[in-house]
Design a protein around this ligand. Structure first.
Ligand code: NAD
Length: 392
């Protein structure tokens, strides 16, 4: 029996839309992309021509009765409004991070989707890749015993060094867009996938000032308006009993990344959660030599030397970003929960905002949201028919 694909309209034809369209048009048979739109029509025209789809307006996407799912790859300050409009138009929605700028807006979207009987999906979906699915299997199979603590850390250096104005409103320094929001979700989604939801958080959050540093920038030497946290350092208590630390900063000098889970029987060194795969090391009690573990799941990173269809460098072109949309489409067809859920996206927003609230009040913050831990993907699906792992 042939698959009946769900039809998709993509809004926001910027940098990351390349990878999404490539994944949705060329990788997953459950998805059929109808068209794409953008505030800047030249961008949607270029993507539409490259992928053989229709150039559309937002309104045409909302009112097209054939479109089932709106994929929102606009920048964060547009996410809430586009998501809301799409849900009100009766579409399922899948949104890039973060799905809203605040917990309150995110909650509004989750409630609206629930009231209307629609799906809301939220990135990151990198935890669906072979890297973090293999890690989950190792934990679920007891290879590290009971998880006791986890360290999650991202260090980046985000300045305001460009000659041109910011490509998105407020740059990377606003709520919903600053590094704990922009990058923190890779870490929180990976942690929720591995260990389940978080019960309480505490910690510190800072908005570190910086100036525009490029002499040809119109605001050279002036301060950047920093309204979103640029550093958070949080303590997490998972519902399942594990403790953790989460550090996310754009105030460092060089990139550093880590997720390491420490258990009663072993230690699991996970790959970069911004990728679909990467080296995984397991250390077992009594044998301090880290063992490089084979992947048990497909959808790992693609060969980075694979040329892009556009002939230009495209961000994330070696990844399967958009796999979460395919999982959501299979979930709709099979009437099961989807994995990269709006509830997970909301939990991420609350973890980040909760750490900032704890810093302000000096108190431990009790989480209100509690998403289900997403079901692991079945192991052993590799190659051309790997999509079968989502048909469950
Ligand atoms: N660039 C990356 O490497 C990357 C990687 C992973 C995730 N993301 C996420 O993807 C999202 C988009 O990032 P990007 O780098 O592609 O940004 P971008 O600025 O290149 O693209 C966003 C596009 O959305 C359009 N847009 C904004 N508001 C709109 C509206 N109301 N209606 C229609 N179009 C609208 C803009 O004109 C722009 O072309 C962000 O949430 C980002 O966090 C980006």
């Amino acid at each position: 029996m042939a698959i009946q694909p769900l039809k998709v309209g993509l809004i926001g034809s910027g940098a990351i839309s390349y990878t999404y369209l490539n994944t949705m048009v060329n990788t997953f048979d459950i998805l059929e992309v109808v068209g794409c739109s953008d505030l800047i029509p030249e961008r949607s025209k270029a993507r539409a021509e490259l992928f053989g789809i229709r150039q559309m307006t937002n309104e045409e996407i909302f009112s097209d009765p054939d479109i089932d799912i709106v994929v929102n790859t606009t920048y964060p300050s547009s996410h809430y409004e586009i998501n809301r409009q799409a849900l009100l138009a009766g579409k399922h929605v899948y949104c890039e991070k973060t799905m809203a700028a605040t917990y309150e807006e995110g909650l509004d979207l989750v409630n609206l989707a629930r009231e209307r009987g629609l799906r809301l999906g939220a990135t990151p979906d990198t935890f669906l890749g072979g890297g973090f699915q293999t890690c989950r299997k190792l934990i679920d199979d007891g290879m590290i015993g009971e998880p006791v603590t986890v360290d999650a850390r991202l260090v980046r250096s985000y300045g305001a060094g460009g000659a041109a104005p910011f490509g998105r409103p407020g740059g990377m320094f606003v709520p919903g867009g600053s590094v704990p929001y922009d990058m923190g979700g890779y870490y929180t989604h990976a942690l929720i996938h591995l260990l389940g939801p978080v019960a309480r958080v505490s910690g510190f959050a800072r908005k570190r000032p910086r100036n525009f540093t490029h002499p040809r920038n119109a605001h050279y030497g002036e301060p950047v308006e920093v309204t979103g946290a640029t550093t958070i350092v949080g303590a997490l208590e998972f519902v399942g009993g594990c403790y953790g630390t989460l550090t996310v900063t754009s105030d460092g000098a060089a990139t550093d990344t880590c997720i390491t889970v420490f258990g009663t029987e072993g230690t699991l060194i996970c790959p970069d959660p911004n990728e679909f795969s990467g080296p995984i090391y397991l250390i077992r009690k009594g044998n301090p030599t880290p063992m490089l573990m084979p992947f048990t799941h497909g959808y790992c990173n693609l060969d980075p030397s694979t040329p892009t269809l556009s002939g230009k460098r495209e961000p994330g072109h070696n990844a399967h970003r958009g796999m979460g949309v395919a999982d959501m489409a299979w979930a709709i067809r099979n009437n099961r929960p989807h994995r990269a859920s709006g509830e997970m996206g909301l939990h991420t927003l609350e973890i980040i905002d909760g750490i900032a609230k704890s810093c302000e009040t000096g108190l431990v913050y009790t989480m209100q949201s509690r998403p289900a831990q997403p079901a692991p993907l079945p192991a052993g699906y590799f190659g051309g028919d790997a999509e079968g792992c989502l048909d469950n």
